[in-house]
Design a protein. Structure first.
Length: 286
């Protein structure tokens, strides 16, 4: 199979202390049936054996590149690093503990190639535990084709964040930079949905691993506040980790090229929706 006939897909894997499941995740990517892939792994100064595992795979496969950072730059900077250093037509972030069906990338690319108005495609997802066993929570997703921009925006706002790990048009995602704030995945998805459709690739799937065993919403917030995680760096962030999110979401709307009337309507709807979403998410986690 001539890989030059297939658009290059860049995979960026930002990792930090992922030794426990990293080999499984890398093997899952190695087994993809799509023939034209580059993988860049960026280790955010891990203190376990993550770097050794990454080095092993980069030596074994010439399409895998490994970069080891001397200092922990925080998750957003590491996510930006792998995005900015890759060159494919399409891009996908990959977590160092998840698993993908062998046709994940090929299915997503086929949809992007056949739907020029789409900016991102993603498969169905399920949660798995540390032993690779599903624990009853599966997630499909809403396909936004046929919706107007306001309906698309609030589909993203009320949905889960799983599409952030889908396959994205590289020229679109390159227009944005992730910031170290809680909810940055929602901010990036909000940027993307204002550019075009999200398409659900129903014939493929991926498994998102839940291994932290956070029992409550407060446990999740404590992880964000951890100095190694790097999302809550200021005094405001430590006490009110979601304080900057409403402003960041509003900026995505203001920076879009949609009509002013559309921007105003979305922001007016966001004002009452944000506290409801926060309470809903907190209740769901608890």
């Amino acid at each position: 199979m001539d890989s030059s006939n297939f658009p290059l897909v860049s995979i960026g894997m930002p990792v930090f202390n992922e030794e426990r499941f990293l080999r499984q995740s890398l093997e899952s990517l190695v087994q993809q049936d799509y023939p034209n892939i580059e993988l860049l792994i960026s280790d955010n100064a891990s203190t376990d054996n993550t770097a050794e595992i990454c080095q092993e795979y980069s030596q074994k496969y010439d399409w895998i590149t490994f970069n080891s950072l001397k200092n922990n730059l925080g998750p957003a900077n590491n996510f930006n690093a792998v995005k900015d250093a890759t060159t494919g037509k399409y891009f996908m972030w990959a977590a160092g503990h998840d698993l993908w069906s062998t046709n994940y990338i090929s299915s997503c690319v086929n949809l992007l190639e056949s739907h020029p108005n789409a900016v991102i495609t993603y498969g169905s997802s399920q949660w798995i535990d540390e032993h690779n066993k599903p624990f009853g929570r599966e997630f499909g997703w809403v396909d936004t084709r046929g919706m107007d921009v306001i309906a698309r925006y609030f589909t993203i706002f009320w949905g889960n964040m799983h599409p952030i790990l889908g396959v994205i048009r590289k020229d679109i995602i390159d227009q944005y930079t992730l910031n170290n704030i809680v909810g940055m995945d929602l901010v990036i998805l909000s940027h993307l949905i204002l550019k075009g459709d999200f398409i659900h690739a129903t014939e493929t799937s991926w498994s998102r691993r839940e291994f932290r065993m956070e029992s409550s919403h407060s446990d999740k917030i404590k992880r964000y506040q951890d100095k190694d995680y790097g999302l809550a760096t200021s005094l405001l962030d430590k006490f009110f980790p979601l304080a900057r999110l409403p402003l960041a979401l509003s900026k995505t709307v203001i920076q879009s090229k949609h009509q002013l009337s559309v921007q105003i309507l979305i922001i007016l709807l966001l004002i009452p929706s944000f506290p409801v979403r926060y309470i809903s998410g907190k209740r769901n986690k608890n």
